[in-house]
Write a protein that binds this ligand. Sequence first.
Ligand SMILES: [Zn+2]
Length: 307
Amino acid sequence: MSSSYRRKFLQQGLAGLAAGALSQLATHAETVNWIDAHVHVWTNDFRSYPLAEGYKPEGMKPRTFLPEDILRHAKPHGVNRVALIQMSSYRFDNSYMLDVIRKSPGVFRGVAIVDWNAAQPDQNMRELAKAGVRGFRIYPGKVAVENWLDGEGFAKMFKCGAKERLAICPLIGPNALPALERQCRKFPETPVVIDHMARLGADGPVREDDIRVLCSMAQHSHVKVKVSAFYALGEKKPPHLDLAPLIHRLYDAFGPQRLMWASDCPFQVVSETYGDSVSLIASRLKFLSGEDKEWILRRTAEETFFA
Ligand SMILES: [Zn+2]
């Protein structure tokens, strides 16, 4: 091969490769059809959608995060559907989220917040389910974490979740897991999705004891875990490989069919990118097979929120 021929061959070969890679990327984005299982949206239309008491417009950071904002971040990565999580600043008024779902029901589903201290939170759940809500966010709030789930309202919610196949989605730290474990024993059929790997590593290194408690939740066959909010856990910086051992342990305990990836946008994109999150699962964890990724990036969330 003459040197000029070789140069030409290389140039054409590279150009060909680049074109191939580009079209592959485009096809990839259209075909993988991944789901982001945890995103918050809000608007600055405070007249139509007033903030709950204690929240102020100037406290909203970013000022707005609209449905088109999340899709702009997500679509280039092949993420076409999103589970919206009711923002605490709207408290029990789920109307903005419901309006977003109503406009694009194929793209968005919701996880709402109902008042579990009210008389009939289960009635509320059934009504919201008709509007595209598939899960309900709960958290300990100011209640003692040892028995935060003891109230009658939570019993009604767990019963309704089991009957209607609606997920209960606890936003908790590892200290709230023992009470959740007791509740799952009482209501073994209730679908439960634990947010953000129970926030292990949110306040320092990931502790072995906490990993064991979280993994032991896998004994309840309807408990799933969101592998998400990487920006907030462990070293809190990309490429997030420090979280690989934790995710591997969850993978061994729950299996890919009970893990679902999520970004927790907009918070994921404040000081890093959307790709920093999704690509950890899509390409940086060597123990995941192609089929595993199908589950973690799409099928688990599809079964839970889009069925
Ligand atoms: Zn969140």
